[in-house]
Design a protein around this ligand. Structure first.
Ligand code: GLA
Length: 514
């Protein structure tokens, strides 16, 4: 017999008590343990989050103020120049947070809580968070009173909608000096420049930090912005740049808040010809009713430089920008949120243009955002529709694809001179749609008395579209009509013209009367 085994047998009386108490003890321990666990696992509190290192060497930081009630989460995510109200759910150690005012299907933040630390992702960027201390708080930025309103003199630019290229849609943060130079080369060699695309625009993520005198420098990706501007100018092109009226840009880089005149002068000294000014973090300082005076501040600053700089307002159509954009010498203003390379996004952006139509005209244009043509997630028919609609609505034509590697089809869409002529027509009228079943018809009067008419097939199969002369308000019978995609003249018979239009495709005609 094994003595150890024998000695392991407890005395009978003890054994009886333990056996009875065991279930209660286990339950008690279980309750205590899960209470402790629940406490340890609660996301309630202030968390200091550190994200990726930006191209200017700064690390992205945020504070998560969270409250957990069961599986429900509420709170805010704040940084220097941004604050997002969030709500979401926790499931065990995992949680997801969505912007309260955003309609996104994808969570804004996801994470896991373990050992009192969070590891997670903001969109696709990783971050870590630990309980915050007072040292993690962001400084309170001084409030600058919005100036009294006045009219900023028109800068004389953009008599027709601006045309060019912008880095954001395809390159986002991966834009640098070399990309811009090679893109400028390609603008010339591909024929884009000859087709009218003149502006080469650097979007967000070029920014460095401010020097001791407060002058904003570019980050390492742009070693010499003036030399880059000289290079772009030597190609007969113009250079655009990006900033925000808030302390930070949308991608978290330093922006023009409190440095408006200084930055405008920097841009002018570099030889910049175009500024996209993106509201973004300004919402953390100003109320949105300050949109007009705050955009005026930069309008004045650009005017004071004496350099002609196209002024692009990017505030997603808030505060009826179309009614006052021209007053601040804005040459174009975004009327929508960001476009995506998808049919629904493209159509939704263009349809949001409808109420703004009366406000487009030479010098000042509604901007449904940049082009996605050639970026690969729409069909060629959809891209032809995209180009046709932007032209019918006199929208700025800012290509967002890689000009250096365009396919022949993409070239034929972006550089269709007959379609570009509709966009660039000197009358500057913006078409509006009339819906009839699956067809949407847009008619744009042109300076020579002719009209452009586009019929979009919103349906999922090819269908016969008809253009009725009476709907064109030509003041006479059509004498000439031309299909702007097939580049062929066509004939109106009995005051109408019909053609098959593929799903999501367009019939685009220019029609003349006597
Ligand atoms: C906003 C703008 C975009 C782009 C990004 C850059 O989302 O609407 O067009 O400029 O910021 O961060």
């Amino acid at each position: 017999m094994n003595p150890a085994t024998k000695n392991d047998q407890p005395p009978a009386t003890v054994s009886t008590i333990s056996a009875r108490a065991l279930p209660f003890l286990a339950l008690l321990l279980c309750l205590l343990f899960s209470a402790a666990l629940a406490h340890a696992q609660s996301l309630t509190g202030r968390w200091a989050a550190s994200g990726k290192t930006l191209d200017n060497g700064e690390q992205q930081k945020a504070i998560l103020d969270l409250k957990q009630d069961g599986s429900q989460l509420t709170g805010t995510v704040r940084g220097l120049g941004f604050s997002v109200d969030v709500k979401g759910t926790a499931n065990g150690s995992h949680f997801e947070l969505f912007g309260v005012d955003w309609n996104d299907k994808k969570p804004f933040l996801t994470g896991d809580l373990a050992n009192g630390r969070i590891t997670g992702k903001q969109w696709d960027e990783s971050f870590e968070a630990r309980p915050a201390t007072s040292a993690d708080e962001f400084p309170t930025l001084p409030y600058i009173d919005p100036p009294a309103l006045h009219t900023v003199p028109y800068n004389g630019l953009a008599k027709t909608p601006p045309m060019g290229w912008n880095s954001w849609n395809l390159f986002q943060g991966k834009v640098d000096d070399q990309t811009v130079r090679t893109m400028a080369d390609a603008m010339v060699s591909s024929g884009m420049k000859d087709a009218g695309y003149i502006y080469v625009n650097i979007d967000d993520t070029w920014e460095g930090v401010r020097d001791a005198n407060g002058n904003l420098q570019a980050n390492y990706k742009f070693p010499n912005m003036k030399a880059l501007a000289d290079y772009v100018h030597s190609k007969g092109l113009k250079l655009g740049i990006y900033s925000s009226p808030g302390p930070r840009t949308c991608a978290g880089y330093p922006a023009s808040y409190g440095h408006e005149q200084q930055d405008a002068s920097t841009f002018a000294n570099w030889g910049i010809d175009y500024l996209k000014y993106d509201w973004c973090s300004a919402s953390s300082i100003y109320k949105n009713d300050a949109l007009h005076p705050i955009y005026q501040l930069m309008g004045d600053a650009l005017h004071a430089t004496g350099r002609p700089i196209v002024y692009s307002l990017c505030e997603y159509g808030m505060g009826s920008v179309e009614k006052w954009g021209a007053e601040v010498s804005g040459n174009l203003w975004r009327t929508t949120g960001d476009i995506r390379d998808e049919w629904d996004s493209m159509m939704s952006n263009i349809e949001k243009q409808v109420p703004t139509a009366p406000y487009a005209g030479p010098g000042h244009w509604n901007d449904p955002d940049m082009l996605e043509i050639g970026n690969g997630h729409m069909t060629d028919d959809e891209y032809r529709t995209h180009m046709s609609l932007w032209s019918l609505t006199a929208a700025p034509l800012l290509a967002g694809n890689d000009i250096r590697t365009m396919s022949a089809v993409t070239k034929s869409i972006l550089m269709n001179k007959e379609v570009i002529a509709i966009d660039q027509d000197s009358l500057g009228k913006q078409a509006s749609p009339v819906k009839d079943g699956n067809f949407e018809t847009w008619v744009k009067p042109l300076a020579d008395g002719s009209v452009a008419v586009g019929v979009i097939n919103l349906g999922s199969s090819t269908a016969q579209a008809t253009v009725h002369a009476a709907d064109l308000h030509l003041g006479g019978k059509p004498t000439k009509a031309r299909n702007l995609w097939s580049h062929k003249d066509v004939k109106f018979a009995q005051d109408a013209y019909g053609a098959q239009v593929p799903s999501h495709g367009v019939l685009l005609l220019r029609v003349w009367a006597q």
